[in-house]
Design a protein around this ligand. Sequence first.
Ligand code: FES
Length: 895
Amino acid sequence: MTGIAIEVDGTSVHVPEGASLLTAVRAAGVELPALCSDDRLSPAGSCRTCLVRADGRIAAACVTPSSPGARIKTTTDDLVRLRRDAVKIIVSALPPEALAEGNPSELAHACESLGIAPETAQSTGGRGRDDSHPYIHLDRDLCIACGRCVRMCSEVQGTFALTLVGRGGDTVVAPGTGGPWAASDCVACGGCVDTCPTGAIIQPGPARGITSGVGPAAARTRTTCGYCGVGCALDVVTQNGEVAAVLPARDGPVNHGHACVKGRFSHGFRTSPERLTRPLLRRGGTLEPAGWDEALAHVARGLRAAVDAGGPDAVAAISSARATNEDNYLVQKFMRVVIGTNNVDNCSRLCHSPSAAGLTASFGLSGGTDSFDDVERADCLLVVGANPVEAHPVVGARLLNRVLHGAKLVVADPRAVGLALHADVHLRPRPGTNVALFHGLAHILLAERLADEEFLRARATGLPELTQLLADYPPDRVADITGVPAPDLVAAARLYGRAERPAIVYGLGVTEHLHGTDGVRSLANLAILRGAVGTDRGYGVNPLRGQNNVQGASDMGALPDLLPGYGKVTDPAVRSRAERVWGVTVPARPGLRIPDMFAAARAGDLRALWVIGEDVCATDPDASHVAQALDACPLVVCNELFLSETARHADVVLPVASWLEKDGTFVNFDRRFQRVRPAVPPPGETRTDFDIVRALAKAMGVDLGCATPADALAECARLAPVFAGLSHDRLDHEGAVPWPCPDPDRPGEAKLYLERFATPDGLAHLAATPYLPPGEEPDDSYPLVLVTGRRWAHYNSGSMTRRGGNLALDPVDFLDLHPDDAARYEVRGGEQVTVESRHGRARLIARVSEQTAPGQVFCSFHFPASGINRLTSDHADTVTSCPEYKVTAVRVAPP
Ligand code: FES
């Protein structure tokens, strides 16, 4: 038994060293009011409701550390009286609503257990309300100034949006900026709602009074968030068959009870009147409602006609990083078994395919190298090309928390956003110069003997070639290429190079480039040089995945060259393993990647395209050419929630269930399989992607097997050794299991490569790839560089987040530009501006900000109507065809 032994009311308990008496009391199963305490927050010790007697002395349990052998009493009459008096004083300043019948608050519960009558709350109030925010309302009369919301906002979320104002009994919580809540810095993580003990801060509507801790009896379904790739565990609360609230799970393995504005609040899209609930079939040029039998028969006929006209390779499918693993498994099986082609790809092609290629080449497996939990031990974070504070808020909060606890922070990103504001060193490279930047850092690591020579000798290869290459990347030359001052480079390299456990976290600012795979590999070089990967001396190299199941869609083999578990289709042994399971011959020729599918359609070679859950006309680059491709293809089938830009070009639109309505699994950014469970039924005639794939196979005369999603994962486990130990049953019992997981009786590998790398020679491979310029560069005609990315309130094409309260939080698409450029091009903030590239034109609202460097402009891609992806080029990563979203030469002008 480890920890400290303590006696609580005669019962012996063990608690960790440093734990409070409150922890010990709770470990003994004793209930104690603790109105200013939340075990996720630093203690305040201000409310005096948690009084106990410790070795004879009266103490506030929440702020008193446990000491070995201490004897705690909680039940003596004087203690009960003291606690009751403390709560009574608090309650007497509150209005009757504080203890109204049915109030589920922590305070009401404490009063009930202490025998405090509801009439004790008799204040007439008068402090007023703030209902300005769509998701968070404040009743100041119910505030007891416990400060939990303020600490939650600063210590867990890291936003510092709230403060306490006023004096004495008039102290209340308020946004730190003054003014209404909706205009504050609040990012709507909902943490204040969850921790508020009185109901002063609530989520309005049916969710009122429901929090992670307490609330009215209602059905709760544990599932995994369907927005970004963090993989937050959520409890969906339903009442009368509808979603009443989505709450972060306190035992969520990644989110630890936290969430963001998307996962927690943005589910209004489900019941939007624009939601598709019946299949649509194009008749006479118009999409019209149809029955499922008719729609599926039409698709089946179209697919057969395409195969008859052009062979199996005349058909292609774009599977979805939004869909479950089981959906993706079945889609790729459909294409290989029913159609007989490898023409299946998924939207990771557009984001993290360079991560897959780069990490596989450097280390052997297509995933991040470590469990995110290990970041808690990192003493230096190198965050590159990522804005997790907005795009992955729960990870952003955990990273910031690490920094606030003393870890050094180097941010490499052209924009001064999010974590950059807290960085020890902020490197702002010109977009498209990452490889030179990483080589510059590596040069300094070698020059200053900060590399781990023993690790390099024993576990890495390629050092001589890299050393020779790095001779060409001294700080001054790298400064010329990247625009990063040489002293900043040196400072950053020293922070990373001298840390005991450095960590690399990166995002699409590394991958979405003409040389994105080279970027991943040259970034991985840094961890190899430091011996910070495959050891306990660092947190390796870890990509933040943009969509909920980017990792899983590829894991399941929804790729043109790889089968489930990353076996190559060109490898006869891999094919024969799949053939044994599927009972058909698997085609050996790799299929088309997404951009090649569009090119084939425009050339007349692709005769049927099935697009599943991706709005390619809004999110893919050079969108005008994408639309031309769809129009040229004789049959376009689209699985969608809404009539998206892509669906408008389709011949058949099949309405599908959302992530709140389906069964399966997702794999998050640190390779954890987690369960997805239906909390509510899909609306109308909507079906799951899984059911649709099976039904279409049946319409084509093929039984795909896999009657349930659980059967599909079981079949995948038989086919792919790295998933052999996984099953729904296991996940239901264990919650989350990382892959590789080859054995049902052993845990998955959260941290990779501790004994050997998964490359053929077992070594980490340093990459000596020279810096090459981006595909687009500014010139006199197009003098600015456009970078695209995400904003905190929205997600991808915005089809879900623009239908609900998030639109009120972030209503329009902005073009951010530096004040110098605004003056030079006579653009005023708040006015419409035209943006033109060599490929197209878009209209946005200008926002003047120093977050964006001179010579660069930034916008999101959440508002397809702006046409932002008509601007982006068809330049793509030379290895994986991932688009160069991060560098487009543009010019701006008033409209
Ligand atoms: Fe201990 Fe408030 S909970 S003093």
